[in-house]
Design a protein around this ligand. Structure first.
Ligand SMILES: C[S@@+](CC[C@H](N)C(=O)[O-])C[C@H]1O[C@@H](n2cnc3c(N)ncnc32)[C@H](O)[C@@H]1O
Length: 271
């Protein structure tokens, strides 16, 4: 499934993931901190966009961050080294064939990974097996259906739909955020709590206009232009009009909203 990874591994996409992580630090990570001495698995770390925040916020915890892409891992390692992190080790591995013993982690952290997997519950079950009883799993996902904006635009919604369709064709689900609770419960996690994290942006917050509307969301939609046209689900004019309208929401009178979902569940102490 990594071959079908809808966003690809181009440098521009890597930059987008880093911009996204910087913009979202407070919203997504303010309530994640791991105790000193705990052992944490970050599954699907990509270019390390969340890794640095996680490891800096929990300097006494030890992180193992895995991804299927060697290229992304090399970038993640460069980023961790540049930040002077000494509590992270990176390892190339597929979520569905992880080289770790059962119950070897206190916590598992997953961000923007399930949306790309054809079998998300199976992935959660595999990851849960690696948790010690009483250990926690944190899962963060977006949901592109949660996007609304001013000025509203059919073309912009259609452009977003192109990504939703392409991701579905690749076996993923760009609307997975709303399903986090049932997925985590189905995987057998207990005390599951999901909180929506809504990003509201208007021009009084130029950093978010730049970081979220332009560099994160619209850049992500723009990134699937060629694939969407090739797949015959849009034409260049309609798609470009949609992207233009998304950028339009970044102007002085524009407003943009998107909701992320963060779920935390526990592995039963009885298992
Ligand atoms: C959208 S990126 C998210 C990266 C990072 N968690 C973040 O929040 O920036 C998804 C990552 O999942 C990885 N991935 C996809 N399928 C995988 C699998 N089966 N095993 C391990 N990693 C996988 C991709 O290589 C990619 O780096």
């Amino acid at each position: 499934m990594s071959e079908a990874y809808v966003h690809g591994y181009e440098p521009r996409e890597n930059e987008r993931l880093l911009d996204q992580a910087e913009t979202l630090v407070g919203l997504l990570h303010n309530d994640t901190a791991y105790a000193a001495g705990s052992v944490v698995l970050e599954a699907g770390c990509g270019v390390g966009a969340q890794t640095v925040t996680l490891a800096q916020r929990s300097p006494g915890a030890r992180f193992t961050s895995v991804d299927v892409s060697a290229e992304s891992l090399a970038e993640a390692k460069r980023k961790a080294d540049a930040a002077g992190l000494i509590n992270v080790q990176f390892q190339q591995a597929d979520i569905f064939a992880l080289p770790f013993a059962p119950e070897s982690f206190d916590h598992v952290f997953v961000c923007f990974l399930l949306e790309h997997l054809p079998r998300p519950v199976e992935a959660l079950v595999i990851l849960k097996r690696l948790l010690r009883p009483g250990g926690t799993m944190t899962v963060i996902e977006g949901d592109h259906g949660s996007t609304y904006f001013h000025p509203d635009s059919d073309a912009a919604h259609q452009a977003i739909q192109c990504l939703v369709k392409l991701q579905k064709m690749a076996g993923g689900n760009a609307l997975i955020g709303r399903q986090l609770y049932p997925l985590m419960v189905e995987a057998g996690l207990e005390r599951v709590h999901v909180s929506p994290r809504m990003m509201y942006v208007d021009s009084s917050r130029p950093d978010l206009v730049e970081g979220l509307i332009k560099k994160t969301f619209t850049a992500m939609i723009e990134g699937v232009r060629e694939s969407a046209i090739e797949a015959g689900i849009t034409d260049p004019e309609t798609f470009d009009a949609g992207v233009r309208d998304l950028y339009r929401t970044a102007e002085a009178d524009g407003v943009f909203c998107y909701t992320f979902f963060k779920g935390v569940g526990e592995k039963s102490r009885r298992s």
